[in-house]
Design a protein around this ligand. Sequence first.
Ligand SMILES: C=Cc1c(C(=O)O)[nH]c(=O)[nH]c1=O
Length: 309
Amino acid sequence: VDLSSKIQNTQFKNLFLNASGIHCQSKKELEELMNDHYSGGLVTKSATPNSRFGNPLPRYHSLPAGSINSMGLPNEGFQFYLDYVTHSNIQKPTILSIAGMSKEEDLELLHQIQDSKYQGLTELNLSCPNVIGKPQMAYDFASSNQMLKEIFAFFKKPLGIKLPPYFDLVHFDKIAKILNQYPLSHVNTINSIGNGMWVDIESESTVLKPKGGFGGVGGAIALPTALANVRALRQRLNSSINIIGTGGVTTGQDAFAHILCGADMVSIGTQLYEEGLGAFQRINNELIEIMKAKGYHSLDDFRGKLKEQ
Ligand SMILES: C=Cc1c(C(=O)O)[nH]c(=O)[nH]c1=O
């Protein structure tokens, strides 16, 4: 059974990635991830120009079926991640994630990447729901289109976009129409489901401190939304644009479902945070068992071949 996959011309020995933000913020986390045998690639925490502490704690809470977070983009700063993916002992392909606090910052970071020696993939996060006062850009179709136009006037390296979930078929039509105009390497869908709320009954309080308790929701609870976004975008995007399916993957079955819906690669976030790096080996094995039982030898045997009732 072959779990290899690719994004444009970048080959991955297996389809699994960490979701940006999970196990990829510090040097220690990145090195453990780089040396992990059961993930095919490595995604960095979204980087801002300068390092950030992020939002006040508590800012992450485990839920019965997932997680809620309002981290607020804590990261070591762009130069740290650019240095890491450019100079570290590269064992697997990398995706450098960036999230400027404005269009100007995004453009500046992309100019630095364009002018750098970095030859890996880049991912522009247009969907962070937790920076106070910063909207999720990808919900503003006109601004997203304008931003992409300005980016592709100069950026010539492989670039993907991290999208928030959409909940309306017309919105899938609108965002796909925009994205199809640009030579994107991939889209990564979904980011957490923005601005959820969780309440502690005993204390009668929110569980998160930032933003009055509003935070992005992830984990098992997000799987139906993630599968819908992967399927809807696969049905609408040019075949040249690959899809990283993120959201709700806790088992090999969930990964299988993402691939059936059209995902080329699959990211694991909440489950990786809760279980640790062992989640990759377990989910790899579970997916292999499913494929063996069904007589599939490679992901291409069933990718995007979701049947309908
Ligand atoms: C990059 C900020 C993000 C954060 C964060 O740092 O709060 N949390 C998410 O669930 N998704 C994000 O995109």
